[in-house]
Design a protein around this ligand. Structure first.
Ligand code: JIL
Length: 266
């Protein structure tokens, strides 16, 4: 069994509900404290999208997992929103929320916070309704394939990619991480935008029975990987985990936020 196969095997135990409880409720998602890591992530995404350059026909979320928060600013600027994940249990969790079914995860505090950032006084329920209407597909993804989205989306067909905590969490080593990044960037149109959030210097995380290995990356490694993938860095921001954010579910030391653009065809 090679590294990628070992990662795939480890993900068979991934528990979406446990993962959501570990990372997407207080203290990591404490909206009463602007210092919480979630407020920082949502501010980074809002501020990049508020500049008005990131827009077009379609936006794809690479490795959604069971979460939607990462899309709450970007989706407003595109007609078609596509969510993706490797695991059916995660795609099912996304559909449960999209169809407003019993037992869905409560993302309402996230909609409220992003509406506050946008400052238009819009009721969060309106934004929630629009998001549900604009998500047209939830499709399988494998970032270790040269066409990560298979026949669903051809290379060079996407205006914008969003990805949070995926590439480093399913790559056994740096070489595989680099190749996965190049596979993902291949889906983008030239000059397409990439909003990328990831973990810095993380080596593992827990999701129920699953203990998943993560390839530890530093800011310098992420910058170098983007350069090799022919992406121009527009913005690179980092967040250092405070003691309050270290809750025993991983050994992440910080978070990065990147706004990058795929180089124009030369
Ligand atoms: N071959 C594959 N291709 C694409 N996706 C794949 C593949 N294999 C697994 N996947 C997919 O990748 C997974 C993405 S979830 C990865 C979680 N990353 C680590 C976790 C996240 C997190 C969250 C929040 C905070 N914080 O401080 O607020 C810190 C941290 C750091 N720990 C999962 O959806 C799986 O389904």
């Amino acid at each position: 069994m090679n590294g990628v196969q070992a990662v795939a095997k480890s993900y068979q135990l991934f528990n979406p509900r446990a993962y959501l409880q570990n990372n997407y409720v207080p203290p990591r998602a404490d909206f009463s404290s602007e210092e919480s890591v979630m407020c920082w992530k949502l501010r980074c995404l809002h501020e990049a999208c508020a500049k008005g350059e990131i827009k077009g026909h379609n936006v794809v979320d690479i490795g959604s997992g069971p979460t939607i928060y990462q899309m709450l600013s970007a989706f407003e600027h595109f007609k078609e929103v596509i969510m993706t994940d490797y695991l059916e249990v995660n795609r099912e969790e996304l559909w449960k929320w999209l169809k407003n079914e019993p037992g869905k995860f409560d993302w309402s505090p996230y909609f409220e916070y992003v509406c506050k950032l946008e400052g238009k006084g819009e009721p969060w329920q309106n934004k929630e309704k629009r998001f549900r209407e604009q998500v047209t597909r939830v499709i399988p993804l494998d970032i270790h394939q040269s066409c990560p989205l298979g026949k669903e989306l051809a290379s060079g067909s996407v205006d914008c990619l969003v990805s949070s905590f995926c590439l480093e969490a399913c790559s056994p080593d740096l070489e595989t991480f680099q190749k996965a990044l190049e596979n993902v960037v291949g889906v983008l149109k030239p000059q397409g935008h990439f909003l990328w959030i990831g973990a810095l210097e993380e080596s593992y995380y827990l999701a129920g029975e699953a203990r998943l290995n993560v390839v530890p990356v530093t800011e310098e490694m992420v910058r170098a990987a983007l350069g090799k993938a022919k992406c121009i860095i527009r913005e690179f921001r980092t967040y250092s985990m405070t003691p309050a954010m270290k809750v025993g579910v991983d050994d992440v030391s910080g978070i990065f936020f990147v706004w990058a653009q795929k180089a124009a065809n030369k």
